[in-house]
Design a protein around this ligand. Sequence first.
Ligand SMILES: C[S@@+](CC[C@H](N)C(=O)[O-])C[C@H]1O[C@@H](n2cnc3c(N)ncnc32)[C@H](O)[C@@H]1O
Length: 278
Amino acid sequence: MSSVVGESQREFHYGQQDFEAVRALLYQLTGIRLADSKDSMVYSRLARRLRALKKASFPDYLAYLNTHPAEEELFINALTTNLTSFFREPHHFDVLRAYLTAHPETRQIWCAASSTGEEPYSIAMIVAEHFGRFDTHVKIIASDIDSNVLRQAEQGIYHFDRIKGLPEQRCKQFFFKGKGARAGYVKVVPELRAMVEFRQLNLLSPNWSVKGPLDIIFCRNVMIYFDRPTQLTILERMVKLLSKNGLYIAGHSENFSHASHLVKPAGNTTYQPNYIGR
Ligand SMILES: C[S@@+](CC[C@H](N)C(=O)[O-])C[C@H]1O[C@@H](n2cnc3c(N)ncnc32)[C@H](O)[C@@H]1O
């Protein structure tokens, strides 16, 4: 087992068996497949939970988890990777703008792993810019499994550094600058906040609260954490929710050439439902 923190320096005993038990449970609950290289990350993130609950060992913590379902949420929150940014993979926002022009009837966009909110707010900014107003007929649903990041997203407060790269006009139109105790932070304006509806949703769950028809699904940089059968199951369910002209937008390292019965390429990591296969 590779480790960043040497075993002798660790506060809790942590062996391969502990890592395997955590990995199996996380997979069962979320579909996330942890690579072997994540063993140290698992230790450092869960050690905080052991400390908070005053558990003496990983088996003690896992036994507690077994009998306290409420802890599952904190276990999941501790182990997700939430890296994101405003206008990440910017070409997808050009795709969105072009789609809105070609499809004025666009009604629903789903951002299916929205993390701390930068992605759905970027979508909302493009929609607002396209229509020249905040109050439009386009509904933006943003979801994530992690209740922590959803809370942050709902607040819409970010460190100023997060919007440093945005054009001045966007910063002015879409963010308030914090003053006093909030200096160094920005908050999305209430009109932009109101364009996005946040929900907690586990993509592995058999019941999704999001219903079709959807015009665009942004499902970026989450499928990479799932194994191929899980990816295919989720992709199939999503494709069924898309309208005939709908778009599925994937992350930069997600490729669905193996799923040609479900989707066909429509540009850079962008797909259309494959109606022949449906
Ligand atoms: C790396 S972030 C991607 C954020 C954003 N889509 C982007 O591309 O910038 C992955 C997100 O997927 C979420 N996630 C992981 N497993 C999930 C699941 N089973 N259901 C829903 N969301 C999940 C994580 O909580 C995390 O916020």
